[in-house]
Design a protein around this ligand. Sequence first.
Ligand code: 6GU
Length: 229
Amino acid sequence: MRIDVVSIFPTIFDALEVSLLGKARTTGLLDVRVHDLRDYTHDRHRTVDDTPYGGGAGMVMKPEPWGEALDDVTRDAESRPVIIFPSPAGERFTQATARELSTASHLVFGCGRYEGIDERVFDYADELGDVRLISLGDYVLNGGEVAVMAMVEAIGRLIPGVVGNPESLVEESHEDGLLEYPSFTKPAVWREREVPPVLLSGNHGAVASWRREQQLERTRERRPDLLSD
Ligand code: 6GU
């Protein structure tokens, strides 16, 4: 999968060089290219923002650098990319979104800062790819960078070969609509706390039904919204 990220803080994405995603980049499973939006400006101050028409607080990202950046990252694309703009005003990102996007061959992430990006950029991007505005949840971040880090990790780990043991992807929170069951390792007693005896029983059927019970109980308690529909 090819991933292009456009941002005014490209070094934030240095973190994608470590751990499983970093490995996937060295083995060629992931081709991540990070671009500085300011490289697509032409004035001495490398200006990316301006005051909003109609007035109001804050600054808006100018369309011209975005147009040039999007042209550049989609120019030699081998397929029509999915162009994602992280935004608290977007559709909600879920495990299903991550699954869907993990099958794409080319993703482009456009990270906005300030009060947002000139609206015409989304319309223009629509000519270059399939545009999605995606939100991580109902809270506000200062910019899209941290949200894109989360999305790239959630999507990237679903690409076959990125996570060494594919079994570990199956029994996770949200994969079956429930929260994950609790896990324990040695020692069997630690600071007077015991591991649930069923896990030491060797009875695989009993272990499986206890885990399912735990998943349901936790989901009912912590995330009843997941059970209601
Ligand atoms: Cl995707 N972007 C920003 N700026 N804030 C957010 C978000 C995204 N998701 C939740 N809050």
